[in-house]
Design a protein around this ligand. Structure first.
Ligand SMILES: NC(=O)c1ccc[n+]([C@@H]2O[C@H](COP(=O)([O-])OP(=O)(O)OC[C@H]3O[C@@H](n4cnc5c(N)ncnc54)[C@H](O)[C@@H]3O)[C@@H](O)[C@H]2O)c1
Length: 263
């Protein structure tokens, strides 16, 4: 059994992750960390029988009192910046899906993992369909370099564009010579109408109740368009990838990124 702790345990993703860990015969939920719900039984919050795991808001205390093999972090960027280094310094492996950090910041944490003889895994998206969407989009860009990304998320999301959109653009950029799309003299009548820019490609963020996480990658060519779309209809879509990462993360040292690299 792999002893798992969850940071952000009381959040939307955190609760689903706690359920997944409890339901998986190879994983054991031993710790629940959050900035809220101090002392509350995690079992009561997630609707599962879990003995003796109370929500802890003091990370130092939690790490001193509980033996954790793998810590899963789904919080916010600032919390991850503050907390993940503390966990890695204890030699505990980290699986994270928290978005909003730069690739450089994650690489720094990867170095810290290496120095402490432990490991870290990060994916901007743990849903297999999203991984395939990114792969197909990168392939399509070789033949259709005019492309825009529209990502659609629930309205509680803090960062924009989504981590998945940034990763998608980075993967497309590897297969596409950077150039500015649209008219050289185009202008916006409402600021932001053309979206954000990444190497000349445009990215648009929609925030509405009802969505979990969706993305369209639209390619335009002569007399044709190609749309590659993925929808996470519920947070369950991320769970198999997260469980897999928790089981595999201790098999290397330092940082590994992206689900496709551990499948
Ligand atoms: N990689 C993926 O596949 C994927 C999928 C969905 C969401 N996400 C990311 O996961 C993260 C969480 O998303 P969510 O929808 O569950 O958000 P949420 O707001 O529902 O949950 C975040 C939790 O973190 C806790 N938290 C915040 N600051 C904290 C701190 N300083 N210390 C301890 N706990 C703290 C909050 O109390 C909350 O319970 C976000 O960064 C989101 O972008 C990633």
């Amino acid at each position: 059994m792999i002893r798992v702790g969850v940071m952000g345990a009381c959040g939307r993703m955190g609760r689903e992750i706690c359920r997944t860990v409890v339901d998986d015969p190879e994983l054991e939920l031993v710790a629940a960390f959050d900035r809220e719900y101090q002392g509350m039984e995690i079992g009561a919050l997630i609707g599962r029988p879990v003995e003796g795991v109370l929500v802890e808001t003091n990370l130092e205390k939690l790490l001193a009192e509980t033996e954790v093999d793998v810590m899963i972090d789904f919080t916010v960027a600032d919390a991850m910046r503050a907390n993940v280094p503390q966990v890695l310094k204890k030699g505990i492996a980290v699986v994270t899906g928290t978005t909003g950090l730069s690739a450089e910041e994650r690489a720094e944490m990867g170095k810290l993992a290496e120095e402490n003889n432990t490991s870290m895994f990060h994916a901007a998206n743990y849903a297999i369909g999203a991984v395939l969407m990114m792969k197909f989009a990168a392939e399509a860009a070789k033949y259709m370099p005019h492309v825009e990304v529209i990502e659609l998320h629930h309205d509680k999301k803090l960062d924009a564009p989504s981590g998945t959109a940034v990763t998608t653009l980075a993967k497309i950029a590897e297969n596409r010579t950077a150039f500015k799309q649209g008219m050289a003299d185009e202008y916006e009548k409402i600021e932001g109408a053309r979206g954000g820019e990444y190497e000349g490609m445009r990215v648009h963020s929609v925030r509405l109740p009802g969505f979990v996480a969706s993305q369209e990658v639209i390619f335009g060519g002569l007399g044709q368009t190609l749309t590659i779309r993925h929808d996470s209809l519920s947070r369950e879509s991320f769970m198999p990838g997260i469980a897999l990462a928790a089981k595999k993360v201790r098999s290397w040292t330092g940082l590994v990124e992206d689900l496709e690299n551990i499948l």
